[in-house]
Design a protein around this ligand. Structure first.
Ligand SMILES: [Cu+2]
Length: 377
């Protein structure tokens, strides 16, 4: 409070001086009015600052760090050390090796040029060099060890989304572990059980927990399936996994940046299992057979996913079986959500797509993006 009178007095003196100059000069009254408004605004801001003391100081600091972080998040990802991927196909099974009482998996995160359709490549950060990362599939109760190496130019961690890991293995930077620095290796170990439902099983995911809008959007996500104890879940003739995501990228250079809700920064590429239509892989099934589709939203935006040709039952949400809730033909998944849907299709080529038109485009041109065909033969 002590500083207030002095500051206000200074401002008033300044205003008086400005008024005297106005009498001498008839021309720039408009400019002077502008200066006056600015001066009043500064004075009001100064008064508000002093009045609110510590509260404002804290808020200002928060805003300052937020805008600095925001700038970082808008900057394209570094492409240092970027290489061609080991394979053009993501979401493929990862083999584990049994060692020291656990099923051991080797995982890394590395920058790769990832082809999403035609010759369009994007700068991706990818688990084992593929987008989405490889599928880790284990039985409920299995001891799992993941030796993870960070080959990115920035720190990262791996979070086991929905899995009942010990707190120390949860992958939250500066909360449960130090961020894993470039070049460093970190070993995660846990028993495969859904969090809060130790006898269950279903569709989970693993993803970076550092700057998710940048790192997950650049490709750092993969599916983790925990199979429930034998006989605890219905069997299907065919099952497939569908991971949807978005990218904000410069089409010409392939440089990618964070995906966030900001004017002029909306995502412009959309992928199913790492590819955009027309290069999305068709889902081939037999007419009339019972199909389980595991739907995973590894992106930042919501996607209302719609299947043609039949209706389906939602049999699990977020890796947990749900009671029958009636049939439907669309389901909206928010960021990080999963749904397992079951259906049988008559013979034909049935579209499966996000119902938002913008999400069925490639850099503004359609058809593209989140669209694929379920081919029942
Ligand atoms: Cu969508």
């Amino acid at each position: 409070m002590a500083g207030r009178p002095a500051e206000v007095k200074t401002t008033e003196t300044f205003v008086e001086n400005t008024r005297q100059e106005e009498k001498l000069d008839v021309l720039p009254w408009l400019a002077t009015a502008g200066v006056l408004l600015a001066v009043v605004a500064v004075a009001l801001a100064a008064v508000a600052l002093v009045r609110s003391g510590d509260e404002i100081t804290a808020a200002s600091t928060g805003m300052a760090s937020m805008s600095a972080g925001g700038m970082d998040h808008m900057t394209p990802l570094p492409i240092d050390g970027i290489a061609d991927p080991p394979s053009d196909r993501g979401n493929v099974p990862l083999n584990g090796v049994r060692r020291d009482g656990a099923l051991e998996f080797t995982l890394d995160a590395r920058p790769v040029w990832w082809r999403i359709f035609g010759r369009q490549r994007l700068a991706a950060w990818a688990y084992n060099g593929i987008v989405p990362g490889p599928v880790i599939r284990v039985r409920n109760g299995e001891r799992v060890r993941v030796r993870f190496t960070n080959r990115l130019p920035e720190a990262t961690t791996v979070h086991w989304h929905g899995v009942g890991v010990p707190n120390s293995q949860d992958g939250v930077p500066d909360v449960t572990q130090k961020p894993i620095q470039p070049g460093d290796t970190y070993t995660y170990e846990f028993t495969a059980r859904p969090a809060g439902n130790p006898r269950g099983g279903g569709t989970f995911l693993y993803h970076s927990h550092v700057d998710e809008d940048r790192q997950m959007s650049a490709g750092l996500a993969g599916v983790l399936i925990i199979d429930p104890p034998a006989g605890a879940a219905p069997e299907y003739d065919t099952e497939r996994t569908v991971v949807v995501s978005e990218w904000t990228a410069d089409a010409a250079s392939g440089r990618t940046r964070g995906v966030m809700e900001m004017e002029g920064m909306l995502p412009n590429f959309f992928t199913i299992n790492g590819k955009s239509f027309p290069d999305t892989e068709p889902i081939r099934v037999r007419a009339g057979e019972r199909v389980l589709l595991r739907l995973v939203n590894a992106g930042q935006f919501e996607h209302p996913l719609h299947l043609h040709g039949t209706s389906f039952e939602v049999v699990a949400r977020d890796g947990h079986a749900v009671r029958p809730e009636g049939r439907r033909d669309s389901i909206t998944l928010a960021s990080g959500e999963r749904a397992d849907i079951a259906f049988a299709l008559p013979r034909g080529k049935w579209a499966f797509h996000c119902h938002i038109g913008h999400h069925q485009t490639n850099d503004g041109e359609g058809p593209g993006g989140l669209f694929t065909i379920v081919e029942a033969s």
